[in-house]
Design a protein around this ligand. Structure first.
Ligand code: MN
Ligand code: MN
Length: 309
């Protein structure tokens, strides 16, 4: 009986990855087909998160709605005034989890035809990466393929953003799937799930991101008490609700009044119990497109969990 447990666990893991992927992929396809112009990033984030929950998953992280030169890590503030303009390009990156097993996927919606090819390039690079995946393929060869595809189409990959391995309740689990050719690398394992996410900018762009000033995504760093009873109550709440996964201030305002939640969160960040993630901005402020899937390598190919059909 004891000998059966690891196998049983493995099957459950895979089922949960697949279920989370089906939900995330389905929601991403609705996002792709929706006209978001005139909508606020607050409404987008809340609506997309609601769709994930409605389908029986939890959010693996706050929905990112990153506009134009912001490549990633922007989520709406509780009173966020930003709305989508009819010239914007928006990366909507969403995550679903079942028992901590994560599906991480993204789509770029674009309302300026001049940037349609930028979006196509991210999708094409993701597609060509997926078509070469199987157990044992080296991650640096995947990076080489992504880079070659993007350059062939006349664009530039973002060199310092990459895909990543996933583990239960861990989004960035240590392994990196680069978007450019890079030394080192590792063999993709059939026992692990990964996210692949090409980020693309225009040929006149720098091809790198830097940290921005805004920080509105957070994650638990340590459960060590801070000796402030209210903040420690929030610390326990974060652990119980989100484990080590990222969260947003918006997610705390059901239990705390917004200003109070903001103060307690700032206290936890100062005490290093909580980490705050800055937005990532293209260094020359050129527009960035992204596409992302989660997958499990197979001996004869790839199981893409977030296909969306
Ligand atoms: Mn993502
Ligand atoms: Mn990712």
């Amino acid at each position: 009986m004891i000998l059966c447990m690891p196998l049983y666990q493995e099957i459950m893991q895979k089922e949960d990855y697949v279920k989370a992927g089906r939900i995330a992929g389905e929601v991403r396809e609705i996002v792709r087909k929706t006209d978001w112009t005139g909508k606020s990033v607050y409404d987008i984030c809340e609506w997309v998160e609601g769709e994930i929950i409605k389908r029986g998953a939890k959010c693996a992280f706050p929905v990112n709605a990153s506009i134009n030169e912001i490549a990633a890590h922007y989520t709406a503030e509780p009173d966020d005034p930003i709305t989508i303009k009819d010239t914007d390009l928006v990366k909507i990156d969403l995550g679903a989890q079942i028992n901590g097993y994560i599906a991480d996927t993204a789509v770029t919606v674009c309302y300026d035809a001049a940037f349609d090819r930028l979006v196509d390039t991210a999708e094409t690079a993701l597609g060509s990466a997926m078509s070469m995946i199987k157990t044992g393929v080296n991650a640096s060869d995947v990076g080489r393929e992504i880079e070659a595809t993007i350059k062939q189409m006349g664009f530039k990959p973002i060199a310092n953003l990459s895909g990543h391995s996933l583990e239960q309740y861990t989004i960035h689990a240590g392994r990196t799937i680069p978007n450019i050719w890079s030394v080192g690398g590792f063999s993709l394992s059939g026992d692990s799930a990964y996210a692949c996410e090409p980020f693309v900018t225009t040929s006149d762009g720098g091809g790198f991101v830097r940290n921005g000033k805004i920080k509105n995504i957070f994650a638990l760093n340590s459960r060590k008490k801070t000796k402030n009873a209210d903040a420690d109550e929030l610390l326990d709440y974060i652990w119980e609700e989100f484990n080590m996964l990222p969260f947003a201030l918006r997610w705390l305002t059901k239990k705390w009044e917004t200003q109070k939640a903001r103060e307690l969160l700032e206290h936890l960040v100062r005490k290093k119990a909580v980490q705050a993630y800055p937005i990532l901005v293209e260094v020359t402020e050129k527009r960035v497109a992204q596409a992302e899937h989660t997958f499990i390598p197979q001996d004869d190919g790839v199981l893409v969990t977030t296909t969306g059909n």
